[in-house]
Design a protein around this ligand. Sequence first.
Ligand code: ATP
Ligand code: MG
Length: 404
Amino acid sequence: MPTLCQAARAASDTHHGSRPAATHHAPRLGIIGAGQLARMTAIAAAQLGCEVVVLAAHQDEPACALATRCVIGDRDDAAKLAQLAAQVDVVTLENEFVDARSLAALERQGVLLFPSAECVGEVQDKFVQKSVLAAHGVATPTFRAVNSEAEVAQAGAELGWPLVLKARRNGYDGKGNATLHSAADIGAAWFKLGGADGELYVEQWCPFVAEVAVIVTRDRHGASVVYPVTETVQRDHVCHRVMVPAPLAPTQQAEVQALAERAVAAVGGVGSFGVELFLMADGSLKLNELAPRVHNSGHYTIEACACSQFENHVRAVFGWPLGSTALRAPAAVMVNLLGSHAGPGRPQGLAEALAIPDIHVHLYGKTRVAAGRKMGHVTALGATIDSALERAESGAAALGFAQE
Ligand SMILES: Nc1ncnc2c1ncn2[C@@H]1O[C@H](COP(=O)(O)OP(=O)(O)OP(=O)(O)O)[C@@H](O)[C@H]1O
Ligand SMILES: [Mg+2]
């Protein structure tokens, strides 16, 4: 794209400086965001000979060390988004909270963006997302918009307690959620989630027997591949570990995969998407949420699948053929490494962890630790879930992030 190349030559305040554009350049991927998801995508893209430009809030972000270039700026700054787009062939994102109107403006300028602004707009508001999915016949927890504390009380009376009050936007790791056990909990939760000035909605509490998640990669023409179904375990609403295969009958596994593919198609997704579902005691499924991006429940695919969620994402956004999602081992377990305190943090225990046979340690290069912050993960493959679990948990237990 000559216009983009010309713009790349003109771009000036990039981290590694500008360089002359070659006539036949490597494929160039732009990523809005520079956290661990962008970092692992950049690694996959680099393997395929791509150059990667990331839009980072600051130069210490995890993907900056691995990107070809970094644009430093705010993801809500239209000029910075345009500056990123000007340097690449295709733009993607690692975080669904970029303003969909800014993304639509990029598309109007001729930028190739996957997933599209329309798709991100539908997914980033959980209430809209669930409405779109429900309209396509995808089962979700019963939900409704609430505009006042009185409407929450009425929803509780009608749907029953507990009730989950959720922020429509910007929630992650359970931070936008509050579980209400009775009407007495409404006031504090409404205040905590900013109900007075934000948009909230409620969901019926789902007494699930397990949480499962699956990655779908959908290409630009609507064909998709789907990964094996995982079982995810949350602690304090944060993903603690992911186990594959999930303990499901083959027909149920196929049902989850079909539902997930249908959900990603319903929002017109392109790229790798994470799909979280609740498995109910009667065997039915309810879709909890979609993420229009690579997802924590798919980190295991780096070592455990023929083609990882990250590589397939890169393939999808460039319009290249998608790779096989087949497992390369009977079982795999991924355990997140979460921070336990706030402050500077230096990885400790790496040698001890690496002494455990057949584990794969991923450290995201974050210099600051915070309680619950995702600092890295450990994956182990095995003949059984139990053998992989034992090694992955031992590896995670050996690793920590010390205050200096
Ligand atoms: N309706 C519900 N019924 C029962 N549990 C729920 C419900 N909604 C959410 N949860 C629990 O809270 C967790 C986090 O909720 P949700 O996925 O909506 O939040 P999130 O902030 O987007 O989280 P994440 O970033 O970890 O995906 C879920 O994985 C589940 O364990
Ligand atoms: Mg979730």
